[in-house]
Structure formats: C-alpha cells, structure tokens
Design a protein around this ligand. Structure first.
Ligand code: FAD
Length: 324
C-alpha cells in the first residue's frame, strides 16, 4: 500500500493544479490523480491553441501556455503525480482505488474532476475508430500537424469555427461541414470565417470516410434531399461536442445533481473529508470559470488543513510574505 497523504486531488486540471499548489504552500503532502496522460485538464485536452482572456494578470494567454505555467506552479512542492489512471473507488477508511489497481490512502480528498472523464461525441460511423491515427481527429492538438493539408471541419459550434479560423493559417484548404445552415458559434467568429476562402457544406452530414490507409475524402449526405456527394480532403476534424460523465465518482455516495457534486459554502460534500471544487461542484451561483474555481480550491485546501490539524490557522497569510 502506498503512503498516506494529507490530501489527494482527483483531477489535474487548472483547479486541481491550484489546489495542489495551495496545499503545498500549507505544508500538506499531496497526491494528484488524473486519467489523462498529461496535466492541464480541459486547457490541454480540449482547447490548447485557443486564447483565454479572463485570467487575472494575463490580458491574453494561450490555453496550453496557461496550462504549462499552472502545472509548474502546481507541482513546485513536488506532489506525487499519478497520470493515466482513474480514481474509481473511495473506501470508508479513505483509501482510493484506481483503475490500474493502486490503493492510495489519504486523509482528505479534493475532487476537481471537471466534467468527469470526458470523451468526444463521435460521428457514428461503423468504421470510425479505424480512421483515428489515419487523419481523423477529435479537436486539434497541434496546428502544425495540419500544415499544407486539406481539412474538413465537422460542426457548427464555437470549437468548429475557432478551429476553422486557426487552421486557415496553416492548411491548404479548410471546409466546414454542418448539418444545418445556422451556427451555434459566436457571430463574430462566424463572420471572420465567412470572410476567408473557406468552403461551406451546409445541410450535410458525414455518411462515410474514404481512403486506403489515409483519408482521401468524405462522402456527405444532404439532410434534406439525401443526395450524396464527395469532398476530397486529407484530414477530418470532428467538433460536435463532448460527452462527459462522472463515471465511477457517481458511486461514492456523494449527493449529485445534474452530473455535478453538491457542496456547501466551504466546498464540503456530504462525505466527511471529501471536498469538490471547480467545474465538478454545484452550488447556487456557481460559475464554471478557472478564475472562480481556483478560489474554491484555496478555500477547500484551508478547510482540509484545519480538519487534519485543528490548531492550524485557516488563513495562512499572504504568499508575498513567504519565502518560496
Ligand atoms: C472550448 C472551451 C473554452 C473555454 N474557455 C474558457 C475561458 O476563456 N476562461 C475560463 O475561465 N474558462 C474557460 N473554459 C472553462 C474551463 O476550461 C473550465 O472551467 C476549467 O477547465 C475547469 O477546471 P477543472 O480543473 O475544474 O476541470 P477540468 O479542466 O475539466 O479538469 C478535470 C480533470 O479531472 C480528470 N478526471 C476526471 N475524473 C477523474 C477520475 N475519476 N480520476 C482521475 N482523473 C479524473 C480529467 O481527466 C481532467 O483532466 C473553457 C472551456 C472550453 C471547453
């Protein structure tokens, strides 16, 4: 059995990373568990190349750069980090069981699991899986991978249009394929994309992916006439949403409403010693923002600290007064 830590943080997204930093600041031993292979949560997994404009002190910062800085800050007190593994169970005596079979004892738990383990919505083709790695993508990790390629972007929401805009700088051709003629994306982004030499294929769904070894095109079906047509492309970027589920966390005996964990004003769940912060938690007035989530994390850490050490102060003082 592994060492018992003061706090285990489930989810290494921006809020979990700040919780790890703050717990380190408070001289707590910390373990972070994330099912993804890298830290950063939604910032790294969903929108690494997008700008974030509402982080205090950063008028504009790329999500991947923010994730990198938050990971550096969050790991500066050397927490134990378990990546690529999912927290599945929490026993009465506070031992977390993971998918890979680890048993990780802890005094307290801070759940910062975001939307839970998330997965992209698929197009729904029988052979879809087989195209992953051969030109089919769910979102864009590195713009440079699309240099000089003909890209079909599937979807009409913000992500689809943001990527169409960003890809138009590097790709040789960009096409937007959407099942309707109205878009959920921000009007301003739609106008910018419409002003570019981007092909629009409206009232179209993807009926098949074509190619041998690599994608060479998609067969589209008109949603009104059911007519089929072929769009030649090298790569397909699907942006039709994400499915998220708290998955195993639903069986932890926590009060859950609308896929979020209900907390009180100190971010305590109904299970003693278990807190929830960030996107995963629910209370009246909750805003799903990084700026608000990190404040929730600091509070939860300080409450956890005073639970473990009742003589400890709730407020540790200002970081600017500390020698880090
Ligand atoms: C396209 C897009 C743009 C956005 N733009 C902004 C913006 O401009 N400003 C802003 O403030 N917010 C923005 N957001 C929202 C912001 O990203 C979220 O509020 C933030 O990521 C929440 O952080 P979190 O740490 O709570 O959760 P997440 O970032 O979702 O991280 C949760 C982590 O928990 C892990 N996890 C889940 N379940 C388990 C488990 N059982 N075991 C182990 N690991 C688990 C997941 O793998 C994930 O890495 C945007 C979101 C999207 C999708």
């Amino acid at each position: 059995m592994a060492d018992q830590v003061d706090v285990t943080i489930i989810g290494g997204g921006p809020v979990g990373l700040f919780a790890a930093f703050y717990a380190g600041l408070r001289h707590m031993s910390v373990r972070i568990i994330d099912s993804l292979p890298e830290l950063g949560g939604q910032l790294t997994a969903l929108y690494p190349e997008k700008y974030v404009y509402d982080m205090p002190g950063f008028p504009k910062v790329l999500a991947k750069d923010l994730a990198r800085e938050m990971a550096q800050q969050g790991t500066q007190f050397s927490p134990q980090i378990v990546l690529g593994d999912t927290a599945e169970s929490l026993s009465e005596d506070m031992v977390i069981g993971t998918r890979s079979g680890l048993h990780l004892p802890t005094k307290t738990v801070i759940i910062s699991a975001g939307a839970g383990a998330f997965s992209p919505t698929k197009i729904g083709l029988a052979d879809e899986e087989s195209w992953v790695g051969k030109g089919l993508h769910y979102g864009v990790r590195h713009l440079a991978d699309f240099e000089g390629l003909r890209v079909a972007v599937i979807g009409g929401g913000d992500s689809a249009f943001d990527w169409a805009l960003a890809l138009s700088d590097v790709a040789s051709e960009v096409h937007v394929v959407h099942r309707r003629d109205v878009f959920r994306a921000h009007e301003d982004t739609v106008e910018k994309v419409q002003a570019l030499p981007v092909g629009f294929h409206l009232f179209k769904t993807v009926a098949a992916i074509q190619g041998e070894g690599r994608i060479t095109g998609i067969e589209m079906e008109d949603t009104q006439t059911k007519e089929r047509s072929v769009l030649a492309c090298d790569t397909v970027v699907v942006n039709i949403g994400f499915k998220s589920s708290l998955g195993p966390l639903k069986d932890w005996g926590l009060t859950i409403e609308k896929n979020q964990i209900v907390v009180d004003h100190l971010y305590r769940t109904n299970r003693p010693g278990v807190f929830a912060v960030g996107d995963v938690c629910s209370f009246e007035g909750k805003l799903k923002l990084i700026a608000t989530g990190v404040g929730e994390a600091a509070t939860a850490v300080c409450i956890a600290k005073t639970m473990i050490e009742p003589e400890a102060k709730l407020f540790p003082g200002h970081s600017s007064d500390m020698n880090l």
